[in-house]
Design a protein around this ligand. Structure first.
Ligand code: AHR
Length: 359
């Protein structure tokens, strides 16, 4: 579908969505003169069997999760599948990410995919995308200060935090642990994954009178996790019994720091170690009884994004928000019954088959 026509179509479907009370921003960039120019637009793609060009502004390469996310996009949006993918690793630099999006506008790609490093500061560049008639699909992390994107595919980070908190409550009760003193190694400050996981877990902590000793930014990296944990081991020696790492790589770093400090953790240790992501390497540490429970964040958004693109190419409307399925993992010793807002949760036991099937 020609880009300007797609812009008009999106504006129309979003306007219908708004009328139906579904939210969504109507584009105001397509007037009759735009319509006239569409017939001369030479950006053919997709529906006519031509290659679809996509620009993807990825967060960086900070974690196993990120590697899986990048691979998923590169596999789905391959040349063999009819795509021309421009991939930019923004190395966790928000300015570089805005620059990448602007370079995609310059290239006049058919679609832009953004995994936003931080959740704010987006309205201006998304307006530029809208004016250029390029649909934006946001994946994983959310954008809070603009709704000028076509669709978002990802996870509910607050639910992940709530799940970890409710699991800890049930697990501690099952073990007769009455006092919780916890340390958080947070993800990159301002990332919606950090904000949601902190909010969710802290909500359960406050409701149950747990003691939060500290939260510091480990930047979703193994090095970050290790250095924060090294300083925690010194500052809070003998004072904590739970460490919450906001991704697996931070947990690996925290494990090294606790090993070096002679602190035991996991199912057989003194400290309960909670992690998020549940990538292959994370689940291996669950199986090894080192990570007590791991709360999944699904990195495989690309197939869902492709569905969105196919629908847009076919002139169909799309959902503004698409949530992916996620699982909560532990060994049987740590599988307990818990619920979130009254909804019973199922936990998945980590076996070799489960690990093999993971990303
Ligand atoms: O936005 C998703 C988070 O970012 C993942 O939990 C983390 O591993 C990644 O770096």
């Amino acid at each position: 579908m020609k880009k300007k026509l797609l812009g008009i179509f999106l504006a129309a479907t979003m306007a219908v969505g708004m009328l139906a009370g579904c939210g969504g921003a109507a584009s105001d960039s397509s007037d009759s003169s735009d319509t006239a120019s569409t017939t001369e637009d030479s950006g053919d793609s997709g529906a006519s069997g031509d290659t679809i060009s996509i620009g993807f502004a990825q967060v960086g390469h900070e974690s196993d999760w990120r590697t899986a996310s990048t691979k998923s996009c590169q596999d789905v949006f391959s040349e063999a599948n009819g795509y021309d993918l421009s991939f930019v690793d923004c190395d966790n630099d928000s300015a570089a990410q805005l620059e990448a999006v602007r370079s995609f506008i310059e290239q006049d790609v058919d679609y832009i995919i953004i995994d936003p490093i931080v959740s704010t500061g987006w309205d201006t560049v998304l307006t530029e995308c809208e004016d250029a008639g390029i649909p934006v699909i946001v994946i994983d992390r959310t954008i809070e200060d603009s709704d000028k994107y076509t669709a978002w595919v990802g996870s509910n980070f607050k639910t992940e935090g709530l799940a970890a908190g409710e699991w800890l409550k049930a697990y501690a009760e099952s073990k007769g642990i009455s006092e919780i003193n916890y340390l958080t190694i947070a993800g990159s400050t301002g990332a919606s994954a950090q904000i949601g996981r902190s909010e969710g877990f802290d909500e359960i902590a406050e409701a149950n009178g747990w003691n939060k000793l500290d939260e510091q930014d480990g930047d979703f990296t193994e090095d970050g996790g290790q250095s924060i944990m090294e300083s925690y081991c010194k500052s809070y020696e003998g004072k904590f019994n739970v460490v919450v790492c906001q991704n697996d790589n931070e947990a690996f770093g925290a494990m090294t720091a606790m090993d070096n400090a002679g602190i035991t953790y996991g199912l057989d240790g003194d400290v309960i170690l909670i992690s998020f992501d549940a990538c292959t390497a994370g689940l291996e540490q669950v199986k090894a009884r080192k990570i007590t429970a791991d709360f999944e964040c699904n990195p495989l958004a690309a197939p869902f994004v492709e569905e969105v693109i196919k629908k847009l190419e076919a002139g169909e409307s799309v959902e503004k928000e698409i949530f992916m399925e996620e699982h909560w993992y532990a060994l049987t010793d740590a599988i307990v019954d818990f619920s979130i807002d009254g909804e019973a949760q199922t936990m998945t036991e980590v076996t070799d088959d489960v690990i093999d099937a993971q990303y």
